[in-house]
Design a protein around this ligand. Sequence first.
Ligand SMILES: NC(=O)c1ccc[n+]([C@@H]2O[C@H](COP(=O)([O-])OP(=O)(O)OC[C@H]3O[C@@H](n4cnc5c(N)ncnc54)[C@H](OP(=O)(O)O)[C@@H]3O)[C@@H](O)[C@H]2O)c1
Length: 325
Amino acid sequence: MKAIVYTKYGSPDVLHLKEVAKPAPKDNEVLVKIYAAAVTPGDLIIMKGALVTRFFSGLLEPKHKIPGKEMAGQVEAVGVNVTQFKPGDEVFGDLYVCGLGAFAEYVCIPETAIALKPANISFEEAAAVAESAIVALQGLRDHGKIQPGQKVLINGASGGVGSFAVQIAKTFGAVVTAVCSTRNLAMATSIGADHVIDYTQEDFTQNGQHYDLILAANGYHSISDYKRALSLNGIYVMTGGSGSQLVQVMLQGPWISMTGSKKMSNMGLKPNKKDLIFMKGLLEAGKVKPVIDRRYPLREVPSALRYLDEGHAQGKVVINVAQNN
Ligand SMILES: NC(=O)c1ccc[n+]([C@@H]2O[C@H](COP(=O)([O-])OP(=O)(O)OC[C@H]3O[C@@H](n4cnc5c(N)ncnc54)[C@H](OP(=O)(O)O)[C@@H]3O)[C@@H](O)[C@H]2O)c1
């Protein structure tokens, strides 16, 4: 099969399209023919060999030679102990905790890591959901304790995570403010934001408004700026953003949360089948629609990652694996 392979950490130049052996499923595994994948900032972090990820991804060189986390495809074969899927099922999932490998024509994964693909969306759209939407969901629901009627602000609302966060927050009945740049204001409104703030014109941490929940998906503000923008019992959840923002929230967040009424923390994604099924419900009900920015064939994964690395994707950047054939 064709796959994007790398043997050393570095820029997207270390990635090469190669012919490799097609995997065979173990007893508890499903062999999936991948039709689409999607790229995430996490793929960039792993590929570059950031120190913090090397314990998971290999200390000196990549442990998993085929990168990629978000994928959607069709079950081609199943191991003898697999009970939930059969050949022909259309599935989607996040390979983050099961060896990566989404940038390839086939992958073998435990049946616990995938769910049936929503019937009404394409493979590209399903791949785009597999991790980014789950981050947004867990950030808002599990960490942010989102409630109907709350004022929720999404910073970085136009990217992969943010474009899902806006839509998911609306499904919980929140009043959503999306923060993005000028060119993305119309997109943010079109996916359901009640209010939009152009970060090139206005600093939401300085305008006197307060929010019950702030989800920081991108951009930089200090922790004291975010704290000022929270209402009395407000919650701040950082899913992504700058490194210094992360250090601040890890060092100061627990203290602020312990000593006052405002709660501030970062979050780590916990991929799980239950949340994939939850998102499937929202997608099939038409309450959430993935925003796709660009599409690349499998051989152009390095270009897709270079584009994502510029930091201004509008929604998700997807890989059409089938197109490579
Ligand atoms: N915690 C976890 O477990 C976890 C899991 C997955 C992802 N993440 C993190 O979540 C973050 C977001 O991921 P993503 O997929 O959404 O990234 P992304 O798609 O690359 O984000 C790009 C978006 O960010 C916006 N942006 C850039 N600078 C901004 C600013 N100053 N203010 C507001 N928006 C700004 C851009 O809009 P403009 O073009 O308008 O500037 C663009 O639409 C990343 O840091 C990623 O590593 C964390």
